[in-house]
Design a binder for this molecule. Structure first.
Ligand SMILES: C[S@@+](CC[C@H](N)C(=O)[O-])C[C@H]1O[C@@H](n2cnc3c(N)ncnc32)[C@H](O)[C@@H]1O
Length: 245
């Protein structure tokens, strides 16, 4: 972690109404990942080999692997987990999910139009076609929703609940708010939610990035989740009903 990166992240958090309890978790997460890094290397390399066998133009995922491996080692998902992913792009995180949990089902939500962090990469440019090819071996365990996450949440069966939700779609404040609150409602008690790009600085207005929206979730749902890890990604676990913290 460079000094510049640390200072920029600290400044973003301090300007974004970050609850104080987040700060010690950043330190704890960093120490845990550093401690486990060497031990997790074979699993990291095994997944990288799967990636090399497929056609990805960009990699927004493998640098997050250590964090994921550490979290799921301590909080394993049920074998036949129901998983929701908002923002699938060419399928790299989808591949990790379906290869890691061989009986899991995955709902992939994406407008495949790019935008946000992918804006510099011609909108959509072949990303959906690459997703289909990369995920062909797993197609029978994927439910694909082509559209925005807001459209997905408006259309979904309200009784459906997920064991794990990965949010890596739009990074605009208003969109992240929808993904965070609707996603939290759709999470089973005990379920895990990972948000990418918690520390991404704003591109537009001062609050047009994920941190202020995610901090609103952390404040408004206080007592209903446990903070598992905080780094570039924010990881929470929804507490079973009646176990406030
Ligand atoms: C960073 S990429 C996802 C990367 C992927 N999770 C991975 O690790 O390989 C972000 C994706 O979110 C999608 N996206 C952007 N805004 C969206 C929205 N409002 N609803 C659904 N998907 C959106 C983009 O089309 C893009 O495919």
């Amino acid at each position: 972690m460079t000094v510049w990166y640390a200072l920029r992240s600290l400044s973003l958090l301090m300007r974004s109404s970050t609850p104080w309890r987040v700060y010690p978790v950043i330190l704890r997460t960093r120490l845990t990942v550093l401690r486990d890094r060497a031990r997790l290397a074979p699993r990291r390399e095994a997944f990288r080999a799967m990636v090399r066998e497929r056609d990805f133009s960009t990699d927004w995922f493998t640098r997050r692997l250590d964090g994921w491996l550490t979290v799921f080692e301590r909080h394993p998902l049920p074998a036949s987990a129901e998983v929701l992913e908002i923002g699938s792009w060419e399928g790299m995180s989808s591949l990790f999910i379906l290869a890691t949990w061989p009986d899991a089902r995955l709902t992939c939500v994406d407008n495949w139009q790019g935008g946000g962090i992918c804006a510099g990469i011609a909108a959509g440019a072949g990303s959906e076609a690459r997703f289909d090819v990369n995920m062909a071996d797993y197609a029978d365990r994927i439910d694909k929703f082509t559209g925005t996450s807001a459209a997905y949440f408006a259309a979904r069966d309200p009784g459906e609940r997920f064991d794990f939700i990965y949010v890596d779609g739009s990074h605009r404040y208003a969109d992240v708010l929808i993904d965070a609150f609707e996603g939290f409602d759709a999470l089973k008690p005990g379920g895990i939610m990972i948000f990418d790009d918690y520390l991404l600085p704003s591109n537009g207005g001062p609050s047009d990035c994920p941190a202020p929206a995610l901090n609103r979730l952390l404040s408004d749902r206080r007592g209903r989740y446990e903070l598992l890890a905080v780094s570039w990604q924010l990881v929470i676990r929804k507490l079973p009903a009646g176990v406030p913290r």
